[in-house]
Structures are given as structure tokens and as C-alpha cells.
Design a protein around this ligand. Sequence first.
Ligand SMILES: *Cc1c(COP(=O)(O)O)cnc(C)c1O
Length: 356
Amino acid sequence: MTRPILARIHASALTHNLAVLRARSGQAGLMAVVKANAYGHGLVAVAASLAGADAWAVLDVAAATRLRELGHRQPILLLEGAFSPDELPLCAELELAATVHSEQQIAWLRTARLSRPLQVFLKLNSGMNRLGFALAEARQRYAELAALPNVAGITLMTHFATADEPERRVDWQFARFQAATAGLDAPFTAANSAALFDYPATHGRWVRPGLVLYGASPFAGRSARELGLLPAMSLNSAIISVQQLQAGDAVGYGASFVAEQPLRVGTVACGYADGYPRHAPTGTPVLVDGVRTRLIGRVSMDMLAVDLEPVPQAGVGSAVELWGQALPIDEVARAAGTISYELMCALAPRVPLRID
Ligand SMILES: *Cc1c(COP(=O)(O)O)cnc(C)c1O
């Protein structure tokens, strides 16, 4: 018997989510964001399920190369562009589009010897203050790029900091972005998952959803189900031991959980080395045999403990869902004080992925 942990990737959920997003994207092309190994879901399987996407967005040339090797012909955007000048010839070979966010990247483009000119995405900093040129420089940088023989076309790009927050919205960034780029004859891309749902005016030439493709919600106040999305990943394991505690007995490292009355405890084959958050507190929801119960005590490297009182029939071998179709990953993330993005991306390579 192998260790019972498994991440199931639901191909039909991915195609369902793609259709939901397409219906909301209007005329914009749908650029599927598959960075971080497709948010932990596995790039190869996700790309196969999302083959109907109009374009891909990845972090690095290695992921882009993988997509080309798999036969995907759509445009591929490098979200942070080249990290060194020697990447540019490969970008040209593979027909990748490169984000340009720095003077250094413009200098590399000026001197590179390329087999064909590149599509570039001129990244403008409209308030995120992470990557991109100041809005006041937009026209000058556009003109510099437009003059380069290595540039085949320019798309204007920005990224929102608060699109998921109903009070703060995106207007404070989007209005500035529009003012700074008014009159430039170029398409634009701005919308992440949250903006795709709530701000059609920001859709532009390409929408760039990530999280919602995988069936989680970027909004604190709206569930994925309310958005019409289906979870693309279920993290499953099983009970491998049962302990009977008496009042006063503790569980796990630090003996941080102490039973107030007799308690049956199940030990689950899943720990922080699998990507389960170590800081998830007692009370974080877990499903055992389909019944909702709670994590108790500290998460260990390879195991965690659950309260079996709500599931008296459960024993060694009982099925456990850490998150997935019956337990939204957003709920687990909230209980653990983080976001579903982080849980997905943290899934450890040692956890087998099974596509179904
Ligand atoms: C990650 C990323 C996205 C996707 O964000 P989601 O919130 O997952 O939709 C879009 N654009 C850029 C530049 C990104 O880095």
C-alpha cells in the first residue's frame, strides 16, 4: 500500500470554469494564467484541459518551452519578461511575447540579434508599485519600443491591487492608466480574475484570469459556487491511526490541544511537507467520510489530527478530504489565515496528481 495522499485534478471543472469565464469576457481574448505549475495543479494536465484558451501567461521561459513542446500554438506571455538578455533569442524562436517593465529590458531588446521580432507587453505601474514604468513615462517608453526593429507590436499592460475589494475597486488605478495611455494606438490588458468578474470596462484585448480558472474565489464575500465555478483540485487522504483520548490528554507537538472530555482522534496522512498549512489552527474544517469535522492540535510534517466525534463510524482507512469538491479551499484558507492561492501553489511535489 502506498501512502494514501492524492491530489485529484478535475479536468471537467477546468473546462467548465473556462466556459464560465469566456461567457463573461465579451470580446476580450482569454489568456489563461498558468504560472506556478498552473497554481499547483500541474501545467501539462491543465494546459490539456484548457486547450481552448486563446493565450497563456507564464512566469519563465522553461514553462513556455514546455507548452510549446506539448504542441500548444497560442500566444504565450512571459509575465515578467526576460530575466537576462540571453533569453531573448529563445523567446523569438518560441514566438513568446515578453513583458517589458524596465529600462534594462528595453536596452536588451535594442541590441539583441533575434530570428524574428517579438510582441511586447509594455508594463505600466498604475499603483501596484511592484513592476512597471511610471505612468508619466508611458508615451516615451511606447515610442522607444515602437522604434525598435526587434519589436513586432505593443500591448499596454497594467495590474490591479484591489480588484477583489468592493469598497476600493479598480477605478483609482484604471482612470490613471487610461489617462496616461490616451491616444496611443495599442490594445491593452489589465484584468485579473476579480476584474474579469466585476469590471467589464477593464477587459481590453486580453483578460488574464488565474485563480478563477481553478475554481476558487478572489472575493472574501463571495464563494466560488456563487460565481458559478467548480473546484479543479481535491486534496484527499485517509485516516491511518485512531487514538482514544481521556480528558486532560493532549495531541501533537507542543501538546497544544488538550481534550476536555474523552475524544476519538484520527491521524491523517497529510502534513506541512505535503503543502498543508502548518499554521492552520484547531477548528480548521476537514471532511472525514464526507462529514465535516475539525483539525485539532499542531500540523506535523507528515500527519495531522482530526476530531472523530462527529463521525463515530470512521476508523483506519476512512476517506479524508482536506479541500476540494465538498470542502471549498477558500474556507480552509480563511481558517488558516491565508488565501487559496497560497494553498494551491504550496502543494508539494511529493503529492501525486491524478487527472480525472
Ligand atoms: C498572477 C497574475 C494574474 C492572475 O491573477 P489572478 O488573481 O489569479 O487572476 C494576472 N496578471 C498578472 C500580471 C499576474 O501576475
